[in-house]
Design a protein around this ligand. Sequence first.
Ligand SMILES: Cc1ncc(COP(=O)(O)O)c(C=O)c1O
Length: 369
Amino acid sequence: MIPINKPILGHEEKEAVMRVLESGVLTNASAEGGPLVKAFEKELAKFMKAKDAIVVNSGTAALQVSLLAMNVKPGDEVVVPSFTFAATAGAVLLVGARPVFVDIDLRTYNMDPDAFRKAITNKTKAVIPVDLYGLPAEMDEIREEAEKHGIAVIEDACQSQGASYKGKMAGTLGDAGCLSFYPGKVMTTGEGGAIITDDEELAEKMRMIRTHGQMIGYDSILLGGNFRMPEIEAAIGIVQLKKLPAFLEKRARNARMLMERLSGEGLFLPEVPQNCVHNWYLFTVRFSSEKEREAVRERMRKEGIGATVYYPTPVHRLPYYNSLGYGKVELPNSELASKTVLSLPVNPLVEERDIDRMSEIISQTLRSI
Ligand SMILES: Cc1ncc(COP(=O)(O)O)c(C=O)c1O
């Protein structure tokens, strides 16, 4: 089986975990965190070329802490794409605010800046553009519009660590950027996430929110929760971050090969704008019809290739969101994408012969329809 994504762990990670267990220091409930949390944050901020990184226990927590730190409250609206993982919108509901779903640009699968512009009301407090599949959203246009209206920009970079936009790292393109270290991501800590920001005041607030709004001891100055990253995860993160450039290189090589093999096959290949570097978390193609997509997906499944649909249902039509009345919102590009996209494995474990097999399957299946 060729998985769509899989954590790649070696003896370095095992040794790092063993050292934590031997030390007996598993976590630290202070705002600043334990020694490995602090060390991981320092390395991560350096990698991101940002002033600060605040690590937390998931990408979802990173979004939630960002919203709390930006005072997003019940009655506020937050503009989000619907063609994303449910966590983007879920984090908004968890702080009591209302997600406002907008459509995507079909060329990039990212938030359409025009749709964002049209969705702004006097209740809009924040916007969460998602760098879907690892391609940064059209951030300059979104930021410009957000600035005009005093709207906070939280970049959901949970899929795009290592990508860049106009020479800047994905995750540093908004007022805050959120990363995920879930095992399927380009690097992992088991579960985990981080917030990247250049705003020192915001960073201080986020560190407090991460641990019950406490600054010193049991003082709870702000509303917070337990969003802390354990030391074992930080230890794994330090090792994985060192390996990340090599992982990304292999993904880029695989994506290049797949792009070459699939050109001229009559399907929509990923479009990477000139000013962007993709991290190839997912290599997503689009077919002319759902029938074509399903035929290719079925054939891949039979041949042990984990080609996967991200996402088969736009968030606004998922059962819970439907129950809140969002299902009536019309987002034609998101609907079309959910019926016709398919992500192919390009993770670092994929080899040239796997790329050849995938290309052959697509070519043969499309010719047989
Ligand atoms: C776009 C997006 N946002 C948010 C998340 C949430 O991250 P996590 O699973 O670490 O909570 C994910 C990851 O699964 C994601 O892909």
